[in-house]
Write a protein that binds this ligand. Structure first.
Ligand SMILES: *Cc1c(COP(=O)(O)O)cnc(C)c1O
Length: 369
């Protein structure tokens, strides 16, 4: 009996995506080994954070880097960093932001469920534009003497109706404002680890350690300008300041470093071809099925350049609508997670599956249908 079974918890086959509520992603062996080794000695945590940061900055071609407990914690620290800088007197007054610039500008179409992390830092989100369009003069008009930063949520799926990142950076920099990019789920391609900052000029970019990087669940990577990374560090653990509530362990720091090393060594072209094979297998299997249409969809839920399969059902033929198919997959043995695609469809994702699991998903779906 494994640890989960002993607690009466069922294992899940994840054909949905790297969702925190499903456990995010699975760590590969080199990451597990590195964390195991890290767990065996005491170290100076200030020194460790600094050295891991140097190494991560080198690997990702950035000026500086910092390990936090996840991209949401990264949003919190980045917001603080843009408001307090590394000013210890300002940091000592937190959570009061009296006398500091405390507004962060965001496109209305970029409001996401993670932005409470910004408000947790005490910042006021100032929306520009609306859900379907934003003009550059609206952006300019939102900038005041209280503006501390601009937050941009990266991803093809959120690019509709907003200014492009380069346009946003141009306007922000003309007003000496830093741009924070939430790139939590914007991997692959691995080049995004330096694209937003080094190539496009954003001041900070934030990635989840526990999504495609397959590092520890409670880890996140911040990269960018050295002075802002320093300000994150001054606000963060192991200092006993506001960021102390989001403590990063030595295992997470070493685990994230190992994950970034591992990720940069992967053959991403081969990985992509493998995903295409799995998606094609699903499409071939289900396109002749009565009441089912199956096709390759692209890009995926986070706008990443990955294929996934879209299966749509005609309930008058299958007797089941999409939500019922999803529920039966969840209730069955093994438990399988897939995402809904509107009222008629489900999406099947290849990138969170372990070898052999695509076949199990297929067999279960055939039984259900
Ligand atoms: C997943 C995600 C987050 C949160 O990431 P964690 O590492 O789980 O904290 C923040 N922003 C976006 C856009 C995300 O997709």
């Amino acid at each position: 009996m494994n640890i989960y079974e002993s607690l009466g918890i069922r294992r899940i086959i994840n054909a949905d995506t790297t969702l925190t509520r499903l456990g995010g992603s699975l760590m590969p062996e080199p990451v597990l080994e590195a964390m195991n080794e890290a767990a065996k000695s005491f170290v100076d945590m200030f020194e460790l954070q600094r050295q891991v940061g140097h190494r991560l900055a080198e690997l990702t071609h950035n000026e500086a880097a910092y390990v936090c407990t996840g991209a949401a914690a990264g949003l919190f620290l980045a917001s603080l960093a843009c408001m307090t800088g590394a000013d210890l007197k300002a940091i000592a007054c937190l959570p009061s932001l009296a006398g500091l610039k405390d507004e962060i500008i965001i496109h209305c179409a970029h409001r996401i469920p993670y932005d409470p992390a910004v408000r947790l830092a005490g910042a006021k989100l100032v929306e520009v534009g609306n859900a379907i369009q934003t003009f550059s003069w609206e952006f300019e008009a939102a900038i005041t003497e209280r503006t501390a930063a601009v937050l941009y949520i990266a991803g093809e799926h959120l690019s509709f109706g907003v200014l492009s990142l380069p346009e946003t950076i141009e306007i922000a920099h003309a007003h000496s404002l830093p741009v924070i990019v939430d790139a939590a789920a914007q991997l692959p391609p691995p080049e995004n680890l330096w694209h937003f900052t080094r190539d496009l000029g954003a001041d900070l970019a934030i990635f989840s350690g526990g999504k495609d990087l397959r590092g520890p669940q409670a880890s996140g990577l911040m990269v960018g300008r050295a002075d802002l990374i320093e300000a994150c560090s001054e606000n963060g653990t192991p200092h006993q300041r506001l960021g102390r509530a989001m403590k990063v362990g030595k295992e997470e720091m070493i685990g994230l470093l190992a994950a970034v090393e591992w990720y940069l060594q992967q053959d991403h072209t081969a990985r992509m071809s493998n995903f295409e094979v799995i998606v094609q297998f699903w499409v071939d299997t289900f396109s002749d099925w009565p009441g089912v249409t199956a096709r390759r969809d692209y890009p995926n839920e986070a706008g990443r350049p990955l294929p996934w399969a879209l299966l749509e059902f005609d309930p008058t033929v299958t007797g089941l609508n999409a939500a019922e198919v999803q529920q039966q997959l969840w209730d069955g043995d093994p438990r399988i997670a897939v995402s809904l695609a509107g009222p008629y469809g489900i999406h099947l994702t290849p990138d969170t599956l372990e070898p052999g699991e695509a076949e199990i998903v297929t067999d279960r779906l055939k039984q259900i249908l």
